[in-house]
Design a protein around this ligand. Structure first.
Ligand SMILES: [Zn+2]
Length: 264
């Protein structure tokens, strides 16, 4: 974990060819070590207890997602979406808030065409969950962007995750975890390919409970706590950040975060 974190911190300074060499070495070592759970962890296929099946009696769900990480990627969004439309798919596009100018036109187009739009963090570097303080400072801006863009989905840059802390984000779902992910910088998989609820820390004792009984058609509400006051007073918080009372009313209607597992 430490080496991983160090690598991702230094990555911008390492020449591309050396990055590739380092990655090859890491991959070779990990492929042997995790051959029993990669690329398929058999245990992840077990439906959670009380699973009522996919909507309309469907046999399975396929989730297509795109993380748009550069301006070059932004320019290709419409082309990719048009191609998928022709094939009968609607996927999700996750945009980064402060890496390039917000592509409002593309976001509008995607929504109108039935695609899903999510937020892929403020920047594509660092670990959002490195410290509580850092996270809370960013959470304010993230919540502001979610509101401005009118979106409710989130995926962390580099797939870092802290399923306890994300309750401070005004989201309906998170897609920052994998069922099995030894090759990710944060390599702890959640062990299921099914979506699962993560109860807010203060409402239930279990933080991560992929086998909770739930019905996809019935969102569960919970009373989440507002962001701690110290976060609202943080230096560097945007001037247009939401105020506490507004925040509380949003929290009252906030749903539990639905976390979807990915298998890339
Ligand atoms: Zn990404």
């Amino acid at each position: 974990m430490f080496l991983n974190s160090l690598y991702y911190h230094l990555k911008p300074l390492i020449p591309r060819w050396l990055q590739i060499q380092i990655r090859r070495q890491i991959v070779r070592r990990k492929r042997e070590k995790y051959s029993h759970v990669w690329p398929i962890d058999e245990r992840a296929a077990k439906p959670p207890e009380g699973w009522k099946g996919w909507p309309d009696g469907k046999k399975f769900a396929l989730v297509l997602t795109h993380d748009v990480e550069t301006i070059k990627g932004v320019e290709r969004v419409t082309r990719v979406a048009e191609l998928e439309k022709k094939l009968g798919f609607r996927s999700s596009f996750n945009f980064i808030a402060e890496e390039y100018p917000t592509p409002h036109d593309q976001i509008k187009y995607l929504k109108e065409e039935g695609f899903e739009v999510g937020l892929h963090g403020l920047n594509h570097n660092g670990n959002l969950f490195e410290s509580r303080k850092k996270f809370l400072r960013q959470a304010l801006r993230i919540n502001q962007y979610l509101k401005d863009w009118g979106v409710t989905g989130f995926r962390t840059p580099i797939m870092y995750h802290n399923l306890e802390w994300i309750h401070d984000l005004n989201i309906e779902y998170d897609s920052s975890t994998f069922d099995t992910d030894p090759f990710e910088p944060q390599p702890d998989g959640v062990g299921t390919i099914f979506p699962f609820w993560v109860p807010a820390p203060h409402t239930q004792s279990s933080v991560l409970s992929p086998h909770n009984e739930f019905d996809l058609s019935e969102p569960v509400t919970c009373n989440s706590q507002p962001l701690p006051a110290e976060a609202l007073a943080q230096e560097g918080a945007p001037s247009n950040s939401i105020n506490t009372s507004e925040r509380k009313s949003q929290d009252a209607s906030r749903k539990r975060s639905l976390v979807t597992s990915n298998n890339s």
